[in-house]
Design a protein around this ligand. Structure first.
Ligand code: FMN
Length: 455
C-alpha cells in the first residue's frame, strides 16, 4: 500500500510595515484597518489554509535611540483582531503571538479559552518569551528577566495555563433545565499551581473550550527554545528556508519530541515564506528582483546589518563591500525591539562576507539576498512544485505565507497556486475537521485529564 501524500499545512501571515512589505506600492492598502485583516483571512479560508497568524511586537523599534519608522509600525491588539475574525470566518484557525514574560497565566488562559469558545475550536497561541529588556520598559516591572529565566517563566506559564484550561472537565457544565442543576460538579474550575514563578490558587471562569486545549505554537531557535517546543508545542516556526538547513532543523526537533516522550508527528514544523508569481519563470524572477531592490534600500540594509554587527555602520557605503570589522556583541544595543534570530553573530558576519564575495554582491545586495523569508519565486506550477517538494522531503510540514502586498497579495496565491497543490493531492479541497487541532492532524486532548499542576 502506498503511503498517503503528506498534506501541506498553510498559515497566512499579515505583518506590519517592514522590509518584507511594499507599503508604498500604489495597490497597497492599510495594514491596520479591519478590512485588511478580514480580506486576508477570508482569502486564506477560500484557499483552505489551516490558520491565520499574527506576530506581536510590544514596542516601537529603534535605531540608536530614534524610532525606525519603516519597521512594524502600528500593530493593533491581537485578541481584538482575532475575535473579530472569528465572526467572519468559519473554519480558519486563529493564531496569536502572545508573550509569557509580561502576561499572567490567568489572563492568558481566559483569553485563549474565550477565543476558542467564540471561534468554535480554532484558537492557537504562539508562545514567545520576548528577546530584550527594552520591550519590558513598556510594562509595570520593566525589563526584568534574563533570557535564561524567560524560558523558566514560559514553561511555568504554559503549565499554569494548562492547569487552568484543565480545571473544567467536559461535562462540568450540566445546565439541566429539567432538574435545575447548573454545575455537574461543585469543584468545577478549581485550580492550584505552585512553582518558582507563580503561587496561584482559585477558580477559573471559563468552562472547557471546544479544543480542550487551544493549539500551542512556539517561535524560538536557541537550544532551550527548541527543547521547550519539542516538549510542549504543537508546532514550531522554522527560521530556515534552504532545504539542507531546514531538514537538519526538522530532524532535530522531531527527534527531540520523541526523546520527550511524544510522537514525531505531534509537532509540526513551519517556516515562514514570501512568494512572487509570474506567467513565466523569467517574469517572476524579474518581478522578484525589482521588488527586493525597492524593499531593501541602502538605509534598510545598513540597519539590518547593524542588528548583527551591533555597531554603528552608518558610515559604510551600501553599494560597497560588507564591513571587514567584527561584530561587537557586548556593546550597548544599537537596534532595539527586533527579534534576534542569528545565534552566532561572528559566523553570520563571515557567511555574509563569503556570499558577497562568491556572488559578487554589494553590501545592500547581499542583505537583499540573504534576509528574505524563504522566497518562493516562479510560475504558479513551479511554486506549487517548490512547496510540495520541500514538504515531501521533510524540510517542513508546511509554510506560513506572507505577501508583500497587504491585503490583496494572497489572492493571487489562492487563485493560482492552491488549485495546483490540490491537484497534486498535497492540499485539502474542503475542510474535514471541525477544530484547528483536527485540521492540523494533531492528537485530540482527552477532556477527562487534569493537568498535574504542582511542579
Ligand atoms: C521565526 C521567529 C518568529 C518570531 N516572532 C516573534 C514575534 O512575533 N513576537 C515576539 O515577541 N517574538 C518573536 N520571536 C522571537 C521570540 O520571542 C524570541 O526569540 C524567543 O522566544 C527567544 O527564544 P530563543 O532565544 O530560543 O530564540 C520570533 C522568533 C522566531 C525565530
Amino acid at each position: 500500500m502506498s503511503t498517503p501524500r503528506k498534506q501541506v499545512i498553510l498559515g497566512a501571515y499579515l505583518g506590519g510595515v517592514n522590509h518584507h512589505t511594499a507599503w508604498w506600492h500604489p495597490d497597497a492598502g492599510s495594514q491596520i484597518d479591519f478590512g485588511a485583516f478580514e480580506h486576508t483571512a477570508r482569502t486564506a479560508e477560500r484557499g483552505k489554509f489551516d490558520f491565520f497568524f499574527l506576530a506581536e511586537g510590544l514596542i516601537l523599534r529603534e535605531r540608536a535611540g530614534k524610532i525606525f519608522d519603516q519597521d512594524i509600525i502600528g500593530r493593533p491588539d491581537t485578541f481584538t483582531v482575532l475575535a473579530s475574525l472569528a465572526a467572519v470566518t468559519e473554519h480558519l484557525g486563529l493564531a496569536g503571538t502572545i508573550n509569557t514574560t509580561f502576561n499572567e497565566p490567568y489572563e492568558l488562559a481566559r483569553q485563549f479559552a474565550s477565543l476558542d469558545h467564540l471561534s468554535g475550536g480554532r484558537a492557537a497561541w504562539n508562545v514567545v518569551t520576548s528577546f530584550d529588556a527594552f520591550t519590558g520598559q513598556n510594562f509595570r516591572r520593566g525589563g526584568y528577566l534574563d533570557p535564561a529565566d524567560r524560558y523558566e517563566r514560559a514553561e511555568e506559564t504554559l503549565n499554569a495555563v494548562r492547569a487552568l484550561w484543565d480545571s473544567w472537565h467536559a461535562e462540568d457544565l450540566a445546565a439541566d433545565k429539567a432538574s435545575g442543576q447548573f454545575l455537574a460538579r461543585p469543584d468545577a474550575g478549581e485550580f492550584s499551581f505552585r512553582g518558582s514563578q507563580f503561587d496561584i490558587a482559585g477558580r477559573f471562569t471559563v468552562p472547557r473550550s471546544p479544543q480542550g486545549r487551544p493549539v500551542v505554537l512556539q517561535a524560538g531557535v536557541s537550544p532551550r527554545g527548541r527543547a521547550f517546543a519539542a516538549a510542549n508545542a504543537d508546532a514550531i516556526f522554522s527560521p530556515y528556508g534552504s532545504l539542507p538547513e531546514a531538514a537538519n532543523f526538522y530532524r532535530d526537533i522531531k527527534s527531540r519530541a520523541v526523546e520527550a516522550g511524544r510522537g514525531a508527528d505531534d509537532i509540526k514544523i513551519l517556516p515562514s515564506a514570501s512568494f512572487v508569481l509570474g506567467d513565466t519563470e523569467a517574469e517572476a524572477i524579474e518581478k522578484y528582483h525589482v521588488l527586493r531592490d525597492e524593499q531593501v534600500t541602502g538605509q534598510t540594509a545598513l540597519i539590518l546589518l547593524e542588528q548583527i554587527w551591533n555597531r554603528d555602520l552608518s558610515g559604510y557605503d551600501p553599494e560597497g563591500p560588507v564591513p571587514a570589522i567584527d561584530p561587537d556583541p557586548d556593546g550597548p544595543p544599537i537596534i532595539q525591539g527586533r527579534a534576534f534570530v542569528h545565534q552566532d553573530r561572528f559566523a553570520t558576519a563571515e557567511r555574509l562576507r563569503q556570499v558577497a564575495e562568491a556572488k559578487k554582491l554589494t553590501l545592500r545586495e547581499v542583505v537583499a539576498d540573504q534576509f528574505e523569508r524563504g522566497p518562493l519565486v516562479g510560475t504558479p506550477a513551479q511554486v506549487a512544485e517548490q512547496i510540495d517538494t520541500f514538504v515531501q522531503s521533510d524540510g517542513s510540514d508546511g509554510f506560513i505565507l506572507g505577501s508583500h502586498l497587504v491585503p490583496w497579495g494572497l489572492d493571487e496565491f489562492v487563485d493560482r497556486v492552491v488549485p495546483l497543490l490540490q491537484d497534486r493531492g498535497a492540499l485539502r479541497t474542503h475542510y474535514t475537521g471541525t477544530t484547528l487541532r483536527d485540521n492540523l492532524g494533531l492528537p485530540n486532548v482527552r477532556f477527562d485529564t487534569k493537568f498535574s499542576a504542582d511542579v
